[in-house]
Design a protein around this ligand. Structure first.
Ligand code: NAP
Length: 270
């Protein structure tokens, strides 16, 4: 597990405090980023759907790190949930958005449940669009601020047997890359982390078997260290191995390789 240095804690709190909004804070990568930001002294708006899990996290982070927290239990697949989160932050000095809420689906696209796919599109893309649009207006009035949008190694080519999920991550990767350039004029640092498999609730909800997966604690600090220094990061050794070994491979061949990888992860249901 990588440790966050004191210099990094100071940088994060000075550049992106006082408050950070973290979606997907109850599990996996969002939970890890919330914990590391709390350790750096940022106050946190914690969002996910599960109210009780958020309340427990809020109490723990307050007592462990002495920070302030605000819990917003809201479903980001609904526009009212997104509006509720935005409304709750109106009077806070927010300097960082971490959009980690998201989930995957897998299996044959032709057999997929369309309402479930639309729900994923709303959480993974539409809610992110709303939040980034809102917070970029807020952030342009600040000296410095940041936006972290969770991409994935699946964002860089089509991935059969997880076709729609990988398409939502391609959307995020593309949006983040372009905004990292455009929003630089306002000192808004945009970062797209693209991890490989990570433990947490993701695999179960996506119905994937991840035989090798990193721990969220392997990637939290590398993601935060990259914020403000680069526009994308491949965090953790396993992610680097997967992405860099495919770097020189033509896109059609990447699709074939990812077909084999995803077939292995979804064999139980194909
Ligand atoms: N895990 C991986 O292998 C992996 C790899 C690359 C990229 N990513 C991306 O990283 C992000 C985080 O994934 P993770 O691994 O941390 O997954 P996770 O452990 O399943 O956590 C997902 C988080 O999102 C929240 N969430 C789910 N649906 C929501 C909704 N409708 N409204 C509000 N919150 C919702 C969940 O909380 P509630 O259940 O309480 O709502 C939970 O806090 C996702 O965007 C994912 O695509 C994951």
């Amino acid at each position: 597990m990588a440790k966050i240095s004191n210099a990094e804690k100071q940088r994060l709190s000075a550049d992106y405090g006082a408050w950070a909004v973290v979606t997907g804070a109850t599990s996996g990568i969002g939970l890890e980023l919330a914990e590391r930001l709390a350790e750096a002294g940022l106050d946190l708006v914690l969002n996910a759907r599960r109210k009780e899990a958020l309340a427990q996290l809020s109490v723990r982070l307050q007592s462990k790190y002495g920070i302030k927290t605000l819990v917003v239990a809201a479903d980001l697949s609904e526009s009212t949930g997104v509006a509720q989160l935005i409304e709750a932050t109106r009077d806070l000095d927010v300097g960082l958005l971490v959009a980690s809420a998201g989930f995957g689906t897998s299996g044959y696209f032709i057999k997929s449940d369309l309402p479930a796919e639309i729900n994923m599109l709303r959480v993974n893309c539409e809610a992110v669009l709303h939040l980034v649009h809102h917070f970029s207006q807020v952030f342009k009035k600040r000296n410095r601020s940041g936006i972290i949008l969770m991409s994935s190694i699946v964002a860089f080519q089509g991935v059969p047997y997880s076709a729609h999920y990988s398409a939502t991550k391609a959307y995020i990767q593309s949006l983040a890359e372009a905004l990292a350039y455009e929003l630089k004029a306002y000192n808004i640092d945009v970062l797209a982390p693209s991890p490989g498999p990570v433990e947490g609730g993701f695999a179960q909800r996506a119905n994937m078997n991840m035989s090798a997966a990193m721990k969220p604690s392997d990637i939290g600090v590398p993601i935060l260290n990259a914020l403000g220094r680069q526009s994308s990061v491949v965090p953790g050794a396993l992610s680097k191995l997967l992405v860099y070994s495919l770097r020189t491979v033509p896109r059609w061949a990447k699709v074939r390789i990812m077909t084999l990888v995803m077939r292995g992860m979804t064999a139980h249901q194909l």
